[in-house]
Every structure is written in C-alpha cells, then in structure tokens.
Design a protein around this ligand. Sequence first.
Ligand code: BV8
Length: 241
Amino acid sequence: MSVAAAADRLRSAHRLCVLTGSGISAESGIPTFRGAQTGLWENFNPHQLATPEAFERDPRLVWRWYEWRRELIAGAQPNAGHHALVEIARRIPAMMLVTQNVDGLHQRAGSHGVIEFHGNIMRDRCTREGIAAERSPANKEELPRCARCGALLRPDVVWFGEAIAPDALQGADAAAANCDVFMSVGTSSQVYPAAGLSEIARQRGAAIIEVNVEASDMSAGSDWQLLGPAGEVLPALASAL
Ligand code: BV8
C-alpha cells in the first residue's frame, strides 16, 4: 500500500486516533517486547516478568529487570517516528495518541495529552497505597520503599493480569469510538484490551491505517498497510499531508 494513498485519507481526517506499541521505540534502541531480550535478560520472558506473581515471588529480580530497562530508556532519544507524530498532530484538526509503551518517549518528543495505556516505567508506585510515591532514602542493595508508609515500591506500570487504569481505558475507548481514522504503529496487536481498540474504531466505520515492518494480527482488518520502519513511514506521511 502507498503512503500517498494513506496520506490522502489522513489529510481529510477530522479526528485521528493513534495507537503505538514498542515497534515505534525500536529505532531508539529499545528492544520490542517480543524481540529478544539482550544479555542478562535473554533467558527471561517479559510476559513472565511483567506480572504481580513474579514480583510477589522475587521482587529483587523484577526490580533488576526494570532498573535495566530504565537505564536503557534514560539513554535513549525519541526517533523520527515520535517526532513525525508531533508533526501529524499539528496538521489534523484533532488527534489522540494512545501508547502501550511505558518509556515516555512520545512526551519527550513533544506530544501532549498522551494516554499511557500501560503506565510509565519511570514512576514508582506504593504497593500499599496504590499511588505514585517517592522513595525513602536507602542504599542500592535494599528494595525501594515508600517514603510515606515504608511499604515496598513497584514500577507504576500495568502488569499482565492487572486492569488498565479506568481513566486511561475510558479515554482510549472514547478516542477509538469517536475517530474517523485510526492509525496503529509498531504493535503486534496481541495484548488486550489495547489490541481491541482498532476493532472499536473499525466497527464505527473508521478507516484503519497500520504502520509496521511486518504483518500483524490486525493487518487483515486494515484499509492501508504501510510496511516499513515507523521512523521512515511516519515522516513520509507527515510530509505528504
Ligand atoms: C487485563 C507494561 C483484565 C509492563 C504491558 C482479552 C481481553 C482482556 C485481557 C486479555 C484477553 N486475552 C488475554 C488477556 C490477558 C492479557 C493479554 O492480553 N495477554 C496476551 C499476552 C494474550 N492482558 C492483560 O493482562 C491486560 N489486563 O486484561 O486485565 C482485568 C480486568 C479487570 C480486573 C483485573 C484484570 C494488561 C496487559 C498489559 C501488560 N503490560 N506493558 C511493562 O512494560 O513492563 S504490555 C507490553 O507488551 C507492552 O506494553 C506492549 O503493550 C506489549 C507488547 O506489545 P507490542 O507493543 O505490540 O510489542 P511486540 O514486541 O509484541 O510487537 C512489536 C511490533 O512492532 C511487531 O509487530 C513488530 O513487527 C513491530 N516493529 C518492530 N520494529 C518496528 C516495528 N514497527 C514499526 N517500525 C519498527 N521499526
């Protein structure tokens, strides 16, 4: 499918909903979820580590995995794909950006009003109070604890088996239900309920654009499938608008 044809449809969009997955951060050097974990983590499956059970069983191991990812993200920069979405938002009357990513790169690129469907890896959350929390002073070896109540802290992300935050779920559902164009970027569309958003949009007659380096579980339902790296396809779309 051609970028020009998709750009023609995008140009007449009134309300665009964009859903991004880890593929848009791949060109920033952050491994995708299904991509091989590197080094220390190559023998671990993210789907097993990103769970309340894993944290319950071995909080130290889970914290080591998240600290490794935090370092990777802190050293990463938004790429041309993130910046192109900022540009596209300037050229469409209304755009809602929903991301499955927890890396904060959209905000660092300048996107506003981002719905972080799965939370944000850089924030700590108190396991007792369930809200974002500061750390009490502790040395590196100890597990981080809440400065207010002393309970264990966890990363402020949604683990498998946990519910999406109600405001994020409602915001994303509304954006998908009310858009006339839905664009999915860099996701294998395997994780629900995020993967169900494109179906919500399609059932209400929205045009569906997919940007991915390969086919995904949602490709069959897409009107335009733009095969290529997000860092190349999105800038081409932005400049064709
Ligand atoms: C929940 C945060 C219920 C943590 C993540 C049906 C309905 C509802 C739930 C389920 C369901 N079926 C199964 C479930 C359970 C589960 C689920 O979906 N499991 C899957 C494995 C089948 N869902 C849940 O548990 C969700 N919760 O449903 O709760 C509930 C309700 C009430 C009360 C209690 C419970 C919560 C899921 C959230 C999990 N947390 N992240 C962390 O990051 O540590 S998900 C995590 O994996 C990521 O955030 C991301 O969302 C996901 C991976 O997906 P992708 O982003 O797509 O990444 P992937 O590697 O798979 O694909 C990358 C793609 O990019 C590829 O297609 C590739 O081709 C492409 N690509 C690569 N390079 C590029 C590129 N594209 C463009 N350019 C490139 N350069």
